[in-house]
Design a protein. Structure first.
Length: 80
């Protein structure tokens, strides 16, 4: 509901030859803001609930925990 007006405001006044770059920057900022915002809200909620994660990296952060994306990743950089 608010994405279209924000996109219009974010790309207003941009030269026509820079419109693609401005749109890409706007979309990247939107994605980054959403992910960081969700991480902060999750951290605050877990802290308020009294839960603390164990020290060390999360098991979900390891590549072996992602079998489908790892197997579906395009292999563009392999030698023929």
């Amino acid at each position: 509901m608010c994405f279209a007006p924000l996109a219009a405001a974010g790309t207003a006044g941009v030269a026509a030859h820079e419109a693609g770059m401005a749109s890409g920057l706007l979309n990247s900022a939107r994605q980054l803001g959403g992910s960081v915002g969700l991480a902060v809200l999750t951290t605050v909620a877990a802290h308020r609930a009294g839960e603390t994660p164990p020290p060390g990296p999360s098991p979900a952060a390891t590549p072996s925990a992602w079998p489908c994306p790892a197997s579906c990743w395009p292999r563009r950089w392999s030698s023929p």
